[in-house]
Design a protein around this ligand. Structure first.
Ligand code: ZN
Length: 215
């Protein structure tokens, strides 16, 4: 996964994920300033049985929506730099995220990984974890079923489509730990809830969910 990403970074120049101008860290100054007002440390209690807080960077709209679609579906893996830089430039959020013991990306299935070439949540989680000096564990949660893509389903279908698709690696101890689950987009919350439900079998102290954008 990492090798392929490195290769993509060589093939694609380092450009701003929003406007396409050359920008070393995936985010040009102009776009950073333009989106500053949206990029606050949004925290919400979403009343989920399985996690406490939802933290998100942006509402899922406009330039951010386009950027996420490019990131996830148009092979523009380098855009992970843009998102990580938004987080690094947000001091309040960055300080807040230091409290977690483990960062866990929402996994994708083997087949999806093969076709997309990267797990979009892993790229963010892995780089962010390095800056935060927190362990990023991609081997705790597995996706064992190739279900239909959630974004192509209606509200009711989403709920059943996601059941039983994740599996916990029981060899890793999460007992008493503060966990941060990282995903790209939060819509109905079914994916996040299902992941947290499975993770809660390992008896962590607390699980919060962090996403790039909330729909
Ligand atoms: Zn830009």
């Amino acid at each position: 996964m990492i090798k392929k990403n490195k290769l993509l970074n060589i093939l694609y120049p380092q450009v701003c994920g929003i406007c396409g101008e050359i920008a070393e860290n995936g985010l040009c100054r102009k776009c950073q300033n333009r989106l500053k007002e949206y990029n606050v440390c949004n925290r919400e209690n979403v009343n989920s049985k399985y996690f406490s807080n939802l933290i998100y960077l942006f509402p899922y709209e406009g330039a951010i929506r386009n950027m996420l679609i490019n990131y996830k579906f148009n092979e523009k893996s380098f855009i992970y730099n843009t998102f990580v830089n938004f987080i690094l430039n947000n001091q309040e959020l960055f300080e807040f995220l230091k409290k977690y013991d483990k960062i866990i990306p929402v996994p994708i299935s083997k087949n999806r990984l093969k076709s997309r070439g990267y797990n979009q949540s892993f790229l963010i989680a892995n780089k962010l974890a390095k800056f935060l000096k927190i362990e990023c564990n991609y081997n705790i949660l597995y996706k064992i079923k190739d279900n239909k893509e959630q974004n192509k389903l209606g509200k009711n279908e989403r709920e059943t489509n996601i059941l039983g698709v994740y599996m916990l690696n029981k060899n890793i101890n999460l007992e008493g730990k503060e966990i941060l689950l990282i995903d790209d987009i939060y819509t109905t919350g079914n994916t996040a809830s299902e992941c947290c439900k499975v993770l809660s079998e390992a008896k962590p102290k607390n699980i919060d969910v962090f996403v790039l954008a909330k729909d």
